[in-house]
Design a protein around this ligand. Sequence first.
Ligand code: FAD
Length: 319
Amino acid sequence: MRKFAPVPVVAIIGGGFSGAAVALHLTRILGAERRVRIVVFEPRARLGAGLAYDTAEPAHRINVPAFKMTLYPDEPEDFAEYLIRADILAADPGACSAGGTAYPRRSVFGDYVAAELAPRLASGAIEHRHKRVRKVTRSKGRWTLRSEDGEAFVADIVVLAVTHPAPSLPKALLPLSSSPRVVADSTRADALDGIAQTDRVLIVGNGLTAADVVAALAERGHRGPIVSISRHGLRSRGHPVDAQEPFGDFVSVPITRASELLRRIRQTLRIARQQGLSWHPVIMRCGHRASRSGRPCRSSSGVGSPGWRAPIGTCIVSA
Ligand SMILES: Cc1cc2nc3c(=O)[nH]c(=O)nc-3n(C[C@H](O)[C@H](O)[C@H](O)COP(=O)(O)OP(=O)(O)OC[C@H]3O[C@@H](n4cnc5c(N)ncnc54)[C@H](O)[C@@H]3O)c2cc1C
């Protein structure tokens, strides 16, 4: 049997949304009694923001309707209610879609998570170490975390919540990495500062980060041509104008093979279409299934067109 310290220590590596949510829910489960020490290692200034919500760029908006984003599964509208309480939407007319769905700035979701954590940080129920963990080793039934400054921290349980690496240059573009006309990480605060309003821009990748780049350039008055490429040439599609409830059943009959899941999705999409629904609620339900079964849907990404040439003078943004 494992032996824990008198007050077991839970170290959470990564304090983006996932790490912050684990810490917060642990304190809720434990209540006022401090039976566990909870320490989150996160180099960013505040907990809860992570790569997605640690952005001051006004063009960066949440890409899921506000009423579907929450810290509390049993209170699905908690974030939407925060928006009303904090009167966010009145000051941000661009937040509402034509169908009336709220897509506030992503930093606002970070504010919401930070506000929920603040009392627990103040009371010491959650500790935030502004450090990046470099190494984790196991010895005598406990974990030793080594931070980048060399400090060691011993824990009984380690939660890995490091999730997204920041965007980086695909292999084919590495030889260009020293060029001032190449942006390797488009999520850095100053990433687009070197792009003039009339510059031609090539975005490598066609997903939501590419959409962020286009929106941020538009916000800065960029007028030059923008080309974005991806392996399959597909673009991320928008949300339906009117919100739809998740549709389909991917749970009651267990699905164990990817091919079976694909068949079931296609079949459900056909039924949804017959009922006048779009593909969105089917994919949403499928996502719920993945998170319930603990197996996140995986997607492959990468640049498969190394032969593609950007015209000379183009700014290349890796997204
Ligand atoms: C640009 C972008 C926009 C998104 N928009 C939405 C949205 O609108 N709605 C939605 O539902 N989902 C959105 N997502 C998905 C979103 O990422 C997840 O919902 C969620 O925020 C992921 O949180 P996370 O904590 O798992 O990961 P992250 O946010 O990536 O957090 C991981 C954290 O770990 C830290 N870390 C990494 N390595 C170490 C280390 N060695 N030591 C210590 N700390 C470390 C990082 O600094 C980071 O803060 C978006 C994702 C991205 C990338």
